[in-house]
Design a protein around this ligand. Structure first.
Ligand code: ZN
Ligand code: ZN
Length: 136
């Protein structure tokens, strides 16, 4: 059984959705993050499918190993740093629509990320929503 977990996220500061219907990754609306990479500021679009590493770069170069400063495309506030990754780069936390957060390493090319729920009901809610929206 392949169970694709899709995650919808919002900004922890302004609470606006980060989902972008104009850029499709893995046949789904992507997660848009404002990104500063090297000298450039643009956007990085992530797959909303948990475990997928597909992404698109807009206005920034795909520099492997560079640490990206991610911020909200609406209010431009940087996302909070929740911990330091094994690769020594900061991991940022982005709020899940259902509660809890996803932590993503800010080093371009590092595949570490994790889902974290404040309480088990949030995890349950996420899985329930997959069943409802999974076929749509
Ligand atoms: Zn925001
Ligand atoms: Zn890392």
């Amino acid at each position: 059984m392949t169970h694709r977990i899709k995650i919808s996220v919002k900004c922890p500061h302004c609470k606006k959705s980060l989902m972008d219907k104009n850029v499709i990754i893995d046949d789904l609306p992507s997660i848009k993050l404002e990104a500063k990479l090297g000298e450039k500021v643009g956007a990085i679009y992530l797959s909303q499918e948990y475990g997928s590493y597909h992404k698109k770069f807009e206005g920034v170069d795909d520099i492997i190993g560079a640490v990206v400063v991610f911020s909200c495309p609406h209010c431009h506030e940087p996302f909070p740093i929740t911990q330091i990754c094994e690769c020594k780069a900061p991991m940022i936390g982005i709020q899940l629509e259902v509660g809890g957060m996803i932590k993503v390493c800010s080093r371009n090319g590092c595949k570490r990320h994790a889902l974290e729920f404040e309480d088990i009901n949030d995890a349950f809610m996420l899985l329930m929503r997959q069943d409802k929206t999974g076929l749509g």
